[in-house]
Ligand binder design. Structure first.
Ligand SMILES: C[S@@+](CC[C@H](N)C(=O)[O-])C[C@H]1O[C@@H](n2cnc3c(N)ncnc32)[C@H](O)[C@@H]1O
Length: 358
């Protein structure tokens, strides 16, 4: 027990410790300084927010592409994530600038870059259709810093890719920013609580604008796609998968336009089947034929079919007839969703279905 004394002279008592006023003042000052430093270190702590921790935990536990349980946490950015990036831009005083020639930066349009690539491509004789230009030999144009020339140009590229794909012309194929693919993935994967060991089928995956994100997230071989457009498939196989380091994910991508899913195997059961901006380009009859073939391949009750934009293939029949036709296939319409894009002014409408019988 501490006894207080108002005397400046200290005297000891046999039963306790006497603390003098100067000692007390010293003790209080030391405590105040300690508390001040403790509080200021807490307020300036760059520790992650609770939601960032849960997102990080999910990334560590599951990781995109790694095997783990259900997606317990979100894939899409949190409000804190968005605020954080806005803060970084503000703190660094960043504004959009014109992309002109400046020190160390030599901006080219896609068209200029393609022209440059063509100038350094010689009649290379590589035995892959569509790889080389038609015998064009002109090294006097722009060619960057390090290019092999002459016959050497033919010998060093393991997977030679056409210039059109290298300049990513196919990223503009659908008239909207390529970034929208991530929006679709986040929405579908979160809506269906997708796990990396789920199986997913995309009808009309095009250039893999959306599919890439699923392929990265899912286990090898778990992403399937039926696509009819040859150039899109070339972009997928010859540029997107190699450049994203996803060849090892072995997606099963099949060329076809008849809603024939026989090449995907008879035993496969999908957790998610989706068509992003595809059914509206198909004759209604073909959509129905496809759905009929797909019902047995959709996991009963828990599996989901998502269709974007509209379901005119059904509504054109009239509300009652549409429901009747779905029911006869063993499908149930669950509802309509709207999903906003993160990066640009755009929203997408999705229609959700499930299988009602085992
Ligand atoms: C607007 S693009 C969307 C591509 C992709 N789903 C995405 O969101 O990025 C429509 C795609 O559907 C494909 N498609 C249209 N009819 C098809 C059919 N009958 N069978 C397979 N694919 C088809 C087109 O070739 C095209 O790649």
């Amino acid at each position: 027990m501490a006894l207080l004394s108002s005397s400046s002279s200290s005297s000891s008592s046999a039963k306790g410790i006497v603390v003098t006023v100067p000692v007390l003042v010293l003790l209080l000052s030391a405590s105040a300084i300690f508390i001040f430093f403790l509080l200021s270190s807490l307020s300036s702590c760059s520790c992650p927010s609770p939601s960032a921790i849960t997102t990080m935990n999910a990334a560590v536990a599951g990781g995109e592409g790694e095997a783990s349980g259900r997606v317990e946490e979100r894939l899409s950015p949190t409000i804190e994530d968005v605020e954080w990036v806005k803060d970084q831009i503000r703190i660094n005083g960043l504004h959009m600038q014109d992309n002109v020639l400046r020190k160390g930066i030599n901006p080219r349009t896609r068209a200029q870059q393609l022209e440059d690539l063509r100038k350094v491509v010689r009649n290379c004789g590589i035995n892959l259709p569509g790889v080389c230009g038609s015998g064009l030999v002109s090294f006097d144009g722009y060619k960057g810093i390090s290019h092999y020339e002459g016959d050497e140009a033919n010998n060093h590229t393991a997977l030679p890719c056409p210039g059109e794909l290298l300049v990513e012309q196919h990223h503009s194929n659908y008239g909207e920013p390529w970034a929208g693919g991530r929006d679709v993935f986040e929405f579908l994967a979160e809506s269906t609580h997708l796990t990396p060991d789920a199986r997913v089928l995309e009808i009309g995956c095009g250039t893999l604008r959306v599919g890439l994100h699923f392929i990265r997230y899912l286990k090898p071989g778990h992403f399937h796609c039926l696509e009819r457009d040859e150039l899109s498939l070339m972009a997928a196989f010859r540029y997107e998968l190699p450049s994203q380091g996803l060849l090892h994910k072995r997606p099963l991508i099949v060329k076809g336009e008849d809603m024939d899913f026989s090449r995907f195997g008879s035993g496969v059961v999908y957790d998610l089947i989706y068509a992003s901006a595809v059914f509206l380009h198909m004759p209604d009859k073909l959509v129905w034929a496809g759905l009929e073939r797909l019902v047995d391949k959709l996991k009963p009750y828990d599996g989901r079919i998502f269709v974007s934009h509209n379901i005119k293939f059904c509504s054109r029949l009239g509300g009652e007839e549409c429901t009747k036709r779905l029911t006869s296939l063993g499908l149930e319409y669950i509802g309509k969703h709207t999903h906003d894009s993160l990066l640009f002014n755009h929203y997408e409408i999705w229609f959700e279905f499930r299988r009602t019988k085992a």
